[in-house]
Structures are given as C-alpha cells and as structure tokens.
Design a protein around this ligand. Structure first.
Ligand SMILES: NC(=O)c1ccc[n+]([C@@H]2O[C@H](COP(=O)([O-])OP(=O)(O)OC[C@H]3O[C@@H](n4cnc5c(N)ncnc54)[C@H](O)[C@@H]3O)[C@@H](O)[C@H]2O)c1
Length: 341
C-alpha cells in the first residue's frame, strides 16, 4: 500500500513511525506546508514524548500542497494529521481523489463538517476512520474487555480524567485558538467523551460545569445521563501547571470489581476483584497509536470488517462535546437524541 501523511507535526510523525512498522506499507509522500518543520524533525513536541523509530525521509516525496500531492501520487491511503479546522476540507479532497482516509481526532469543528465528511466517504466508497486512539489504548481496551465479559457484573459508576497544561507548543499556537482547535473540550476531553460513548452508547443527556477563561472552557466536569441511576462522569483540563505533566486516568466501579488506571502511577492498571487481591492483567502490546494504525491498515486490506469506530460515532462524539459546551454555558442539562437531527 502506498501511504502519504498530510501535516508533519507531532501526530504526523507519530503516524509516520507507526505506518513504518506495518507490513506491506510504503510511505511514499508527505505534505507539510511549513519547510522549517521538515528541518527540525527530531525535536520532541506534544504531550507524549519519544518516537519509536528514527525518521528518514530520503525515499519520500515532499509536497506543500495537498492537491498537488493527490494529483502526482498513486496513493491508497492518507493520514490527515493537520490542525483540526483543516480536517474536513482535506479529508473530503482525499476521499474525492479515491483515497482511504485516516483522519486524526476530533473529526471536525462542527456537525455540518462531519456530515460533509461522511457524505464524501459514502460517495467515494473509501474508508474514513477518525483516529480516536483511546479505543485502541491497551488499558482502555482491557477495561472494555473486563466490562463486556460480564464476569464482574454491571458498571455502577465510572469516572474518567485527562489533565494537562495548556498546549502552547503547536505551530502558530493553533491549539489554544478555539477557531482552529475547538478548544480544550474538543481537543482533549473528547477522548474520554468518545470512550464513554464506546462503553455505554450515546447518553440521553449531559450536564456540565466548567471554568471559563476569556470565554473559553479550560476545565470541564460532565455527568453523562443514561437514565439508569448510575453516575458516569469525566473531567478534562488545560489548567495544570507545566510541571504537572500529563495525566489520563479512570476508575470503573463494577458490582464485583474495581478497575483503575492512572498513567502517572506504577502499576498503571489494577483490577481489584471483590473476592481476591488486586492484579495487573496482561495488556495488549504496543500503544494506542500503533494499534489504531495497524487496525486501519487491516481494514483497508480487508483483513477485518470490524470498524471499532464508525464515522457516525465520531460525529456523535463531536455532538457530545457541543452538548457539554452548551450545558456548561447555559447551566442546564442538554439532551442528546439518538438519531441524527
Ligand atoms: N490522537 C491523539 O492523541 C492526538 C494527540 C495530539 C494531537 N492530535 C490531533 O492531531 C491533529 C494534529 O495535531 P498536532 O499536535 O500534530 O499539530 P502540529 O501543529 O504539531 O502539526 C500540524 C502540522 O500541520 C502542518 N500544516 C498546517 N496546515 C497545513 C496545510 N494546509 N498543509 C500541509 N501541512 C499543514 C503544520 O505546519 C504542522 O507541522 C489535531 O487534530 C490534533 O487534535 C491527536
């Protein structure tokens, strides 16, 4: 398969490293607008440091314009790892050129943009997958497996957290510009909203409280209402100080076990059964990025038919965030209907 990467910042490099490890894949092209980016390839950026492979671009064609690249190359798939405001337009152009698209999360800034992406994918007959890597992250995969097994009874309550200092490392500071990133709820907290949707489906309503600074949400607490007398919540924040680093964590309280994960603790993952000592069960190899890209490769090679995440679910995660934002700013719960409006 011939692959290209569009946008070669933090996530572009992550996709490069993980596509490089897929069998039968050649990364033939990269589209990156900023020439300085390609000159400073080994500077660490982003909140998860360390790339698994060194970057060698000697056999890769470089472009600064997506249309030019799509016209010149015979591509099977692209990774869209651009700032969020460009996801819809660039994914649609790639789909229209007959190319499978793996686009980073969040799907897009608005529901209308998500709809246009879904329509373009349907018209092209090509795969469109949004990179909600947490659905592939070993600890989160294990938590879902434990819940779905039914062995420990029902989930009675669950709480998810994702906290990091405001990301001021992005090119042109696009991440802290709400017009380009959607702000903290859409950029960061959507990981947990999407995972909650993956575990429990679309909630009936959301109820959020938030800290607003200059009219932007920098910290949010949300309760997801499933009308079944269970407390399911998530917290996201860009308020920690830089020295705090990055924390993602969850506590899932089942009838017969408590499952906890915290990326800042050792061990990171514990299964605490009602009738036994805590254990750390074996987790899948690799990180969520590697597993997500291997899954997308398998999907387009026809080696699996299970999408793990559909474009409609990715759109629903954007809807959840829109509803949370509305709830936080109006001070009332916001309902979510299960079908598209
Ligand atoms: N899945 C995750 O855990 C995760 C983590 C971080 C970021 N992301 C998402 O990945 C996407 C990219 O984020 P990032 O942190 O890599 O940003 P980044 O700023 O590090 O990289 C974006 C790159 O795109 C380039 N670019 C901008 N406009 C372009 C254009 N028109 N054509 C070609 N290149 C262009 C920029 O020069 C930059 O190098 C965002 O949507 C973000 O939300 C996902």
């Amino acid at each position: 398969m011939q692959i290209a990467i569009v946008g070669f910042g933090f996530m572009g490099r992550m996709h490069f490293a993980n596509w490089s490890r897929c069998e039968g894949v050649d990364i033939v092209a990269i589209c990156e607008q900023n020439p300085n980016v390609l000159q400073n390839l080994n500077n660490p950026i982003g909140n998860i440091e360390g790339l698994p492979v060194a970057i060698d671009l000697s056999r890769v064609n470089l472009y600064s314009d997506l249309s030019e690249m799509l016209a010149a190359e015979r591509l099977d798939a692209v990774s869209i790892t651009l700032p969020t405001h460009l996801h819809a337009d660039c994914s649609i152009r790639a789909l229209q050129a007959g190319v499978h698209v793996l686009c980073e999360k969040p799907m897009a800034l608005t529901i209308d943009q998500c709809d246009s992406m879904i329509e373009a994918a349907q018209r092209s007959g090509k795969h469109l997958m949004i990179g909600h890597c947490i659905r592939f992250w070993p600890e989160y995969v294990k938590a879902k497996e434990l819940i779905d097994s039914g062995h420990y009874g029902r989930v009675l309550a669950a709480s998810f957290r994702r906290l990091t200092a405001a990301p001021i490392w992005s090119s042109g500071n696009w991440l802290t510009d709400e017009q380009r990133s959607g702000g903290m709820p859409l950029d960061l907290h959507i990981h947990d909203a999407d995972f909650i949707q993956y575990l429990f489906g679309l909630p009936t309503a959301v109820c959020s409280h938030a800290t607003l600074q200059n009219d932007s949400i920098t910290h949010i607490h949300t309760l997801y209402d499933y009308r079944d007398k269970r407390a399911i919540g998530a917290e996201g924040s860009w308020l920690p100080t830089p020295s705090f680093g990055f924390q993602m964590s969850f506590d899932i309280l089942l009838e017969k076990a408590t499952v906890v994960y915290d990326c800042t603790c050792r061990p990171t993952f514990r299964l605490c059964p009602a009738d036994d000592q805590p254990v750390t069960p074996p987790l899948a190899d690799g990180d969520g990025y590697a597993r997500e890209i291997a899954h997308f490769a398998a999907l387009i090679q026809g080696k699996t038919t299970d999408p793990v995440i559909t474009p409609a679910q990715s759109r629903d995660s954007v809807r959840m965030i829109e509803a949370e934002r509305l709830s936080a700013t109006t001070g009332r719960p916001v309902e979510l209907t299960p079908h598209n409006p």
